[in-house]
Design a protein around this ligand. Sequence first.
Ligand SMILES: *[C@@H]1O[C@H](CO)[C@@H](O)[C@H](O)[C@H]1NC(C)=O
Ligand SMILES: *[C@@H]1O[C@H](CO)[C@@H](O)[C@H](O)[C@H]1NC(C)=O
Ligand SMILES: *[C@@H]1O[C@H](CO)[C@@H](O)[C@H](O)[C@H]1NC(C)=O
Ligand SMILES: *[C@@H]1O[C@H](CO)[C@@H](O)[C@H](O)[C@H]1NC(C)=O
Ligand SMILES: *[C@@H]1O[C@H](CO)[C@@H](O)[C@H](O)[C@H]1NC(C)=O
Ligand SMILES: *[C@@H]1O[C@H](CO)[C@@H](O)[C@H](O)[C@H]1NC(C)=O
Ligand SMILES: *[C@@H]1O[C@H](CO)[C@@H](O)[C@H](O)[C@H]1NC(C)=O
Ligand SMILES: *[C@@H]1O[C@H](CO)[C@@H](O)[C@H](O)[C@H]1NC(C)=O
Ligand SMILES: *[C@@H]1O[C@H](CO)[C@@H](O)[C@H](O)[C@H]1NC(C)=O
Length: 577
Amino acid sequence: MIWRWCCAWTLVLFFSFPLAHGGTPPFPNFRPKEYLPPVTRDEVEVNEPQFFEVSDLRPDPGSEETLLNPEYIQMPIDHFGNGSGTYLNRYWTNGTYYQPGGPVFLFDSGEQNAEPLLPYYLQEYHGLSATMRLAKRYQGLAILWEHRFYGESLPFPVNEDTTADQWNYLTTEQALEDVIYFANSFSGNFTSSLASNPLHPSNTPWIWLGGSYPGIRGALLRIRNPLTIYAAWASSAPVQAQIDMSSYYKAAERSLTRNCSADWVAVTKYIDDNLQMGSNETVTEMKYELLKARLSGPGGNTTGADGLTMEEARNTTDVEAASILMDPLKFYQYYGFQASLLPFCNILETYNYTQAPVEGGLVASDGVEVAFQSFLTGLAEIDYDSIPGNADDPVQDLSWMWQYCSEYGFYQRGDPNNPLSIETSFISLEYFQQRCNEAFPIGLPPAPEVENVNKYGGWDMNPSNVLFTNGEFDPWRTMGLASIEPNAPFRTPDPTVPACNIPPPYSTFFGLTHSNMVHVSDLRVLLTPDSNHSDFKAVGFYSPIAQEPFYAGLGLFELALDEWLPCFTPGGVIFEQ
Ligand SMILES: *[C@@H]1O[C@H](CO)[C@@H](O)[C@H](O)[C@H]1NC(C)=O
Ligand SMILES: *[C@@H]1O[C@H](CO)[C@@H](O)[C@H](O)[C@H]1NC(C)=O
Ligand SMILES: *[C@@H]1O[C@H](CO)[C@@H](O)[C@H](O)[C@H]1NC(C)=O
Ligand SMILES: *[C@@H]1O[C@H](CO)[C@@H](O)[C@H](O)[C@H]1NC(C)=O
Ligand SMILES: *[C@@H]1O[C@H](CO)[C@@H](O)[C@H](O)[C@H]1NC(C)=O
Ligand SMILES: *[C@@H]1O[C@H](CO)[C@@H](O)[C@H](O)[C@H]1NC(C)=O
Ligand SMILES: *[C@@H]1O[C@H](CO)[C@@H](O)[C@H](O)[C@H]1NC(C)=O
Ligand SMILES: *[C@@H]1O[C@H](CO)[C@@H](O)[C@H](O)[C@H]1NC(C)=O
Ligand SMILES: *[C@@H]1O[C@H](CO)[C@@H](O)[C@H](O)[C@H]1NC(C)=O
């Protein structure tokens, strides 16, 4: 059963996927440059997509890399009620730069197994991480923290048998309180009593770093527990929980060249309309063509589709067939237009390099059926299907699904009323809710309880000591402070460092939007091209597509900490909550 558009990859915020297993670069260098002049987008600066430039500069695994052992804390499963059990909450520390008196930098890994992030965020084996750079500059202790219900930090086994009673301990509040409990109990190597421990949040600032869902958590903590978490860098944080997130693919649509958008929009509508109203023969034929394009490979190679039958096409649901048109969007939130969509748009707009592109797209010059055929060619030639998606992590899939079905929403549905939709409207709100109800037949509220998140202010929030960074074309920007959706408050990022403990004047907020960037483009950077992306352990995370956002974000956060850290007054709080 393949729900390509669904579950894992669309709703996952921050998690990466391994790219090609066999050493094939994920997006084949499909055409010699001289065949047609390379097509670039004028108004957008070119980012060399790192994942085209794979080379093998990385040392053999194990040669210089050392293992960092996990540590665990006995964490109460229930912070608020009668539950008495505990679970082992996993984390790692790197004290290389620590000097007594220095702050604590906590990097939150959020909705994923934290272990693969270790070499990237707490050891810098593949570049630089903001967490370690800050630890060095401020002589701090660095921590990588794992969220309950992910990785090995499991209060209960997570699988199809996890009960509603157990899922009920996976809430925003419980997971935030874990952090507070941890910060107040953590003593590092110091044996002194907690209150006199130099690492206690009453004695030294605890500074949060997180991107995406972890960014939400940092922002919420600055409102909920400002005495425990002193400052935060919230990267790409969709702090406004909303059931309807049709905005997700709007961000991708905005980044397209206009001719590519025109064709994508027209073909999407053409397929939706025909699947709904066409004769059985038309419908089956269309499904067949879509499946065939997905199964075919570059160079007109249709071998992969050899076994495909009309019966299989007939058996394919409308939603699954229509969402094949979204295959090219799979990688969008991590790599953006240039790296993940331009090769496809080039084929689409030139009818596989047989004619020059025109401004209105093929639909304007040749009609929608030709645009559809060209779209199918693009799907086959770029062969998105051969690019593996997320590493199989059923724990993550289920736990995050529980989180969005119960609290966050973020249903990335296709809006039939959006004239520029590039997402099939078969992916509807009802459809998402139905999938949630099927996965969790007992225990879910009738609809996600977004108030649990938005009670902290949503995209109107104005915490002090928080830096908010975003990527211009990040689909998750639409739910953050930098949103430009019609129902958003339209706030302006201002890079002026606010005084410590004072929120910046509303409606500005302290932050920046990285132009032309996507999701969490700034918390680490690769200094040399990474490995071949052939091994999840080696890649560990998606590849940043540019270096600038890292230095811009880090530089601004350092300016802020230079301002805020001197204000910290020790001895303030013993135990918040
Ligand atoms: C504590 O347990 C009692 C009895 O099982 C239950 O009625 C009550 O709601 C529980 N309190 C909380 C906060 O969970
Ligand atoms: C605690 O001690 C271990 C082993 O000596 C060391 O690796 C680690 O960095 C220390 N942690 C801190 C916070 O100093
Ligand atoms: C701690 O971080 C530094 C700098 O990133 C790195 O060189 C070192 O290997 C890390 N320590 C451990 C034990 O992994
Ligand atoms: C079309 O398909 C539907 C559902 O598969 C079926 O019930 C119906 O009889 C078919 N109509 C024709 C004319 O074949
Ligand atoms: C697209 O063009 C390439 C290069 O000319 C060719 O090999 C391939 O067969 C074409 N694909 C289709 C589906 O026509
Ligand atoms: C065509 O694709 C199949 C996989 O679908 C592959 O095994 C085969 O090597 C390809 N043929 C050529 C000539 O690339
Ligand atoms: C199509 O669906 C029917 C009824 O569910 C099933 O018996 C048949 O095996 C399916 N055919 C294929 C090719 O999947
Ligand atoms: C058409 O789209 C291609 C690919 O997105 C783009 O490079 C090109 O500039 C566009 N051409 C026109 C005339 O709009
Ligand atoms: C990268 O690919 C080359 C050629 O396929 C291979 O020899 C090398 O071992 C790969 N390196 C890594 C780190 O996977």
